[in-house]
Design a protein around this ligand. Structure first.
Ligand SMILES: C[C@H](O)[C@@H](O)[C@@H](O)[C@H](O)C(=O)O
Ligand SMILES: [Mg+2]
Length: 473
């Protein structure tokens, strides 16, 4: 026992000016400065835990305030006791008798829970000298279940069912770990098709992404069907042309790509509407985009509307377009409904909209039981760094499958992290292996100082109209 206690914390409002370059834009979110409400949890030793949740700018200060309120409750706690029962710690975080009223388990208060829960998981992994994914895949099934949030979902999966599912995956864990370390984890890119990008930029970035090895590409849609068709056809004309395939790349057999509208080169397009439509509008609009043959439409309607997603999915099945959602699904109960209603083809968990790792484990288990692949959301800052850990946990310990999965990758802001993600030359995520890296979310002090809002050097300069132009892609 280390006897270490949580002695202090600091919370930071960090905003990056992505709006200047149009990075991250979509039909709903037309201006966004990728931001982190970021906490450093300190102990009476060098051991620290870093955690954050993501917002797109204004309002980040509200999340910072909520994090400060919740974090006060963990001061003085012994870290060994927390690590011994992360499930109980999560229950404690979501059960404040007065804060709970602000959710429960949704909205700003839940985003704040996520930042703190993730910081403690980061600290636990660093303490154990393992990357977060490795800490968790090395859990026994019993330890895994103990760390999972089960309240309100036992009608979808019981602890006993979860245990049986995890036990069935035990014997293959080592081989899967070796395989993914060798090959990397499959990825897709969103960075080619932000709504604010010109056709010229979309074209250039699509070619670049092909050369990086990507074979799955996501396009933002929903503002205007004619524009979407033009931009989609532009991407398709590049990714479907065998002449554009990078030299030495083995052609992908489209027939080997299950459930997807793969083109002649095996490349796949997906589209994302970020919640702009009513249910019937979604169906109508997606019929217009049918020529693009997307694998799925992401967030066609309101994120809480499980019934609406189920209707859309049913209506689009005959034209072979699937439905994906989850980046705004605020807790495990929303995912339970999406899964039980057969509303989604792809489950897009968010690492810090769900209340941190414990609740992510709940959704991984439910998705595995219902046979729906998990392809986490990662458009934002720090999310790629987080989610590679979650997909590794899913593949190695839970679903045992990465055949149907692609993990989102956006090529923004990784330079601000000490343990940034990287992509291999087959367009797959490399596996994080640094034993000091924890949950990979630690930011450089300099970045935190420069982009602190409103007092950081970047924002002070911006207020005077003297900000340097952020890097262009
Ligand atoms: C505002 C954000 O960039 C979103 O557009 C982004 O998260 C997106 O929905 C995604 O799927 O990555
Ligand atoms: Mg999205």
């Amino acid at each position: 026992m280390s006897g270490l206690k949580i002695t202090d914390f600091s919370v930071h409002d960090i905003r990056f000016p992505t709006n200047v370059t149009g990075d991250g834009t979509d039909a709903m979110n037309k201006e966004c400065d990728y931001s982190a409400a970021y906490i450093v949890v300190k102990t009476d030793s060098d051991l620290k835990g870093q955690g954050m949740t993501f917002t797109i700018g204004r309002g980040n200060e509200i999340v910072v305030f909520a994090i400060e309120q919740i974090a006060k409750r963990i001061l003085g706690m012994e870290v060994d006791k927390i690590f011994a029962d992360m499930g109980a710690f999560w229950d404690f975080l979501v059960s404040d008798p007065q804060h709970r009223w602000l959710g429960p388990e949704k909205g700003v208060i839940h985003l704040a829970t996520a930042a703190i829960s993730n910081a403690l998981w980061d600290m636990y992994a660093k303490h154990a000298g393992k990357p977060l994914w490795k800490l968790i895949v090395d859990f026994t099934p019993e330890e895994f279940v103990k760390a999972t949030a089960f309240r309100y979902i036992t009608d979808a999966i019981t602890r006993e069912e979860a245990l049986a599912l995890l036990k069935a995956k035990e014997s293959g864990k080592k081989a899967r770990e070796e395989e993914v370390k060798k090959r990397g984890y499959p990825a897709y890119t969103t960075s080619v098709g932000w709504l604010g990008y010109s056709d010229e930029k979309v074209k250039r970035l699509t070619k670049d992404a092909l050369n990086q090895g990507f074979n799955h590409f996501k396009l933002k849609v929903g503002a205007d069907p004619e524009d979407d068709l033009r931009r989609g056809r532009l991407i398709r004309s590049i990714i479907d042309d065998p002449a554009n395939m990078p030299k030495g790349r083995k052609p992908i057999d489209p027939a080997s790509i299950k459930d997807k509208n793969a083109g002649p080169t095996g490349c796949v397009l997906m589209v994302d509407a970020n919640q702009v439509w009513d249910v019937s509008q979604a169906v109508e609009y997606m019929h217009k985009l049918e020529p693009l043959k997307p694998w799925f439409i992401e967030e066609p309607t309101a994120p809480d509307d499980a019934v609406g997603h189920a209707e859309i999915r049913k209506a689009l099945k005959p034209i072979n377009i699937g439905v994906a959602t989850g980046e705004h699904a605020h807790n495990r109960m929303v995912f339970k409904q999406l899964l039980k209603l057969d509303a989604i083809d792809v489950c897009q968990i968010d690492s810090c909209r769900l209340g941190g790792v414990n609740e992510v484990l709940s959704v991984l288990l439910m998705s595995a039981k219902y046979g729906v692949p998990v392809c986490p959301h990662a458009g934002g800052v720090g999310l790629c760094e987080y989610v590679i850990h979650l997909s590794l946990i899913d593949y190695i310990a839970v679903s045992g499958d990465m055949e149907r999965n692609v993990l989102e990758f956006v090529d923004h802001l990784h330079e601000h992290f000490l343990y940034p993600v990287s992509i291999n030359d087959e367009g797959r995520y490399n596996v994080p292996t640094d034993p000091k890296g924890g949950y990979s979310i630690e930011m450089f002090d300099q970045s935190m100082a420069d982009y602190a809002f409103p007092g950081g050097s970047y924002w002070v300069a911006a207020a005077k109209g003297e900000a340097p132009t952020p890097p262009q892609h």
